[in-house]
Design a protein around this ligand. Structure first.
Ligand code: BGC
Ligand code: ZN
Length: 371
């Protein structure tokens, strides 16, 4: 069957003929891949900066943001059935008996670094026709989300971040909503750095949680990202017009920064302008660039004197996939056009290299494997 793969040693990326997987274990399901999203991680992998083939292979089938349909289930599978739409989690546990995170099913917090990731690290991904997966890694998505279900995985990045944000802010005795049902972000201000898919989905999740949201981003040609931000009731602040030191004046005292660019120089600059008792969440993975000077005294002084916290967050556990599926349904109800417009274009697998080489533009490009 067709698959798109990267050969790191040969520095080559292309379509391959990949063996069709078979259901072997009693708890496995076979799924037919429908959509695969392309993200910055994939672009790094096809630039040979990141990513590892599974043991015994010279290539890695890429793709970790997926939406699939179940086609076959083994006899002990009970949570999914043929015809269900599913999104698969990305990370699989390491095998060290003393990695308490992996042993508890929280490989997103793996201690050893020996986890594997579908389409990224030592395990084939979803840019192919059929995949066999353990049922516990499958998350059912309602049919009504068929068009946008491929956005579940990038939204899980925000879901895990928001969960940690709430946990950190429990240090503020008044942070827990007083009224049952009152949103955790009511009366608070969040700044999102970057208007890519992770940033815009994060902005939507923050809005649903009650935050006032400002999105600070460089505007690219032909992008309607400011309209998407306006549609969700956010404020768009173009980085080419306003400097970072103007952010507090434009957005108000900042309670949360959700960083979704991977641009470390920008992130550390924004760190200087955080408000009191605020949290800065890093989600971007910067490439390896030469060191830059930063004023560490100013940043450390500000952090201590204002009780600020920095949290780095990667990957997401199954309950955050569930939260993302629920939230995507709410976004679809409230902002159907804005949500749909996050998906710019669908490409056949034969043209996968076009969005992977970042020549395609737009917010989220998708490889449509089947319909
Ligand atoms: C994926 C995560 C993964 C991370 C690091 C991201 O693009 O969404 O699931 O853990 O890359 O490999
Ligand atoms: Zn991704």
């Amino acid at each position: 069957m067709k698959a798109f793969a990267v050969f790191p040693a040969k520095r080559e990326s292309r379509l391959v003929d990949h063996p069709e997987p078979k259901v072997i274990a009693h708890t496995e399901a076979k799924i037919r891949v429908l959509d695969v999203g392309v993200c910055g991680t994939d672009r790094e992998i096809v630039s040979f900066e990141y990513g590892d083939p599974p043991e015994g292979y010279e290539y890695l089938v890429i793709g970790h943001e997926s939406l699939s349909e179940v086609v076959e289930v083994a006899d002990q599978v009970s949570r999914v059935k043929p015809g269900d739409l599913v999104v698969t989690t990305v990370r699989r546990p390491c095998s060290h008996p003393d990695c308490i995170a992996c042993r508890e099913g929280r490989q997103d917090f793996c201690y050893t670094g020996d986890f594997t990731e579908r389409g990224i690290k030592s395990r084939h991904g979803f840019m192919t026709e059929l995949v066999v997966e353990e049922e516990r890694y499958l998350n059912v998505v309602p049919r009504s989300l068929r068009d946008v279900g491929v956005l579940v995985e990038p939204l899980t990045i925000a879901e895990k971040s928001l969960e940690q944000l709430a946990q950190v802010q429990q240090r503020l005795p008044w942070a827990t909503p007083m009224e049952p049902g009152q949103a955790t972000g009511a009366g608070r201000r969040a700044v999102v750095l970057g208007a890519g898919p992770v940033g815009l989905l994060g902005a939507m999740a923050l809005r649903i949680s009650g935050y006032e949201v400002a999105v600070y981003s460089r505007s690219r040609e032909g992008a309607d990202r400011n309209e998407i931000v306006a549609a969700i009731g956010g404020q768009y602040i173009p980085a080419e017009k306003y400097a970072v030191n103007q952010l507090p004046a434009l957005a108000g005292p900042i309670d949360v920064v959700y960083e979704a660019t991977g641009a470390s120089a920008l992130a550390f600059e924004v760190l200087k302008y955080l408000g009191s008792n605020s949290v800065f969440i890093f989600t971007g993975v910067p490439g390896h660039k030469p060191p830059i000077p930063i004023n560490t005294d100013q940043i450390m002084r500000g952090m201590v004197l204002n009780n600020q916290a920095i949290v780095g967050s990667v990957n997401a556990p199954p309950h955050c996939f569930q939260a993302a599926i629920n939230h995507l349904g709410i976004f679809m109800g409230q902002w159907p056009n804005a949500l749909r417009s996050l998906i710019t274009r669908r490409f056949p697998i034969e043209q996968a290299m076009e969005p992977l080489a970042s020549g395609a533009g737009g917010v989220k490009n998708v490889i449509a494997i089947a319909s």
